[in-house]
Design a protein around this ligand. Structure first.
Ligand SMILES: [Zn+2]
Length: 444
């Protein structure tokens, strides 16, 4: 009889799925319980059934297992072993499962603050950096790649709170919304790990004309990252919004950056580059179908920088132009020998955050459906909990199947894999997971 290779592999993965899940949390997220406990809780503590770390972990699990609706969270996670497994992870002694109403009540409670919850991703990534798990993916063996990008998280037809951003459409209708700027550590095999958030929101509801912006949010998140990561070397990957001397001058010298530069932006600098490019014909390299031009020692106001430009055939047949042109401002000194790697393994990886990070968070974790979002603090909590689930999920993929491609080969879809993960977690014991385990992102 012909063997079905993928189903045999699936059974093998499922055999150790629970144990590895527990081991990954135990080895790579050892402070998670403590951090979840050290968060805000406005409930009267003598009347509570469920401690806050339980509520947060339960929420993370519901994202991890892709529960689609807030109304079905509790029933979706109900299984013979759910409570035992959560107790084992948290060292708690609960005997029942939380209901959806209690979850929603917790996050929407008056004056509840998501501040401490929002600090958790940074702390977890610091631990992972300390463990040197992602060290191999540093650019030039030194710089962790950090993409910073904004995205929409919620929108409303009527004003939702006094911090809402407001926009008028062309037809005159008005809508209200919330956006967030996220810093994510990206690695070139296509994984992204959220490390910090800055919400784009108005502070004074009388000044409608002076709205907060992504650009301003960047000016707030940058000094915080510099302060939070005093030892680490980062290379920031930024989009064209930040192509100016103000932003470049704020990035510390010990850090690097790639800022996407469009032809229409930063005119004088673009013109200088076009002129110098013609003169510096030696600063040209070809690699397969790609070609690279670069100019070093450019200046604008007090900033010194280089520019790399690459051209290659567009991979998408629907593209407007047959040639894909990428251009970046950077503070790396470009040479013929480093230009290919800097662009292919550095500058252009910002695309990952758009293709992977946000799409996954928005479509995969159904952000807008969960917890009957009411308050802004509940929205913020939802974002950070989904991001934590996403980080853990990527470790589970690597720890159990070695890569996303393998997951797709063995389980056909990420969704099917997630279903198995949930099925195992709610029905079978995690086992003796408090043992060492090392995983490697190498083979992906
Ligand atoms: Zn609002």
């Amino acid at each position: 009889m012909k063997k079905n290779l993928s189903s045999e592999k699936a059974l093998k993965v499922m055999d150790t799925l629970n144990l590895k899940f527990g081991k990954i949390l135990y080895n790579y997220f050892p402070d998670l319980k403590k951090l979840l406990k050290n968060t805000d809780d406005k409930r009267h503590q003598s009347y509570i059934d469920y401690p806050r770390e339980y509520i947060h972990l339960f929420s993370i699990l519901s994202f991890l297992f892709r529960v689609k609706s807030s109304n079905t969270t509790s029933i979706s996670l109900l299984g013979r072993k759910t409570i035992d497994n959560i107790n084992a992870l948290l060292n708690t002694n609960l005997d029942k499962i939380i209901n959806n109403g209690t979850l929603s009540y917790f996050y929407n409670y008056e004056d509840y603050s998501s501040d401490e919850l929002l600090k958790i991703p940074t702390k977890l990534i610091k631990t992972i950096i300390r463990k040197r798990t992602l060290e191999k993916y540093r650019l030039q063996n030194k710089y962790y790649l950090i993409a910073i990008d904004g995205t929409g998280i919620a929108s409303f037809k009527t004003r939702h709170c006094n911090k809402c951003l407001k926009k008028t459409r062309k037809d005159g209708s008005v809508y209200y919304f919330h956006n967030v700027l996220t810093a994510q550590l990206v690695i070139n095999s296509g994984y992204t790990f959220p490390i910090d958030f800055e919400f784009i929101e108005n502070t004074d509801n009388k000044k409608y004309n002076k709205q907060d912006s992504e650009y301003n949010a960047f000016k707030r998140i940058l000094p915080r990252l510099i302060k939070k990561f005093p030892q680490e070397f980062f290379c920031l990957l930024l989009d064209g919004l930040y192509a100016d001397s103000v932003i470049m001058s704020k990035i510390p010298n010990r850090w690097k950056f790639f800022i996407a530069l469009k032809d229409k932006d930063f005119k004088t600098v673009n013109e200088d580059f076009d002129g110098l490019k013609k003169l510096l014909k030696k600063n040209y390299v070809e690699y397969g179908e790609q070609s690279f031009n670069f100019v070093n020692d450019m200046e604008y106001k007090d900033c010194k920088f280089s520019i790399i430009e690459s051209k290659e055939p567009h991979s998408s047949p629907n593209a407007k132009s047959p040639t894909l042109k990428l251009k970046y401002l950077t503070n790396f000194h470009i040479t013929k020998s480093n230009v290919i790697k800097l662009l292919n393994k550095g500058g252009r990886l910002r695309g990952i955050i758009e293709n992977e990070g946000y799409n996954v968070l928005k479509n995969y974790y159904f952000l807008e459906h969960l917890y009957k979002i009411k308050s802004l603090e509940a929205i913020k909590s939802t974002i950070v909990l989904a991001c934590l689930a996403y980080t853990i999920f990527q470790f589970i993929i690597i720890g159990t199947c070695k890569s996303k491609d393998n997951v797709k080969f063995i389980f056909k879809t990420l969704n099917a894999f997630t279903n198995k993960l949930k099925e195992m977690f709610i029905n079978y014991s995690l086992g003796d997971f408090k043992k060492n385990m090392r995983i490697s992102f190498d083979s992906s």
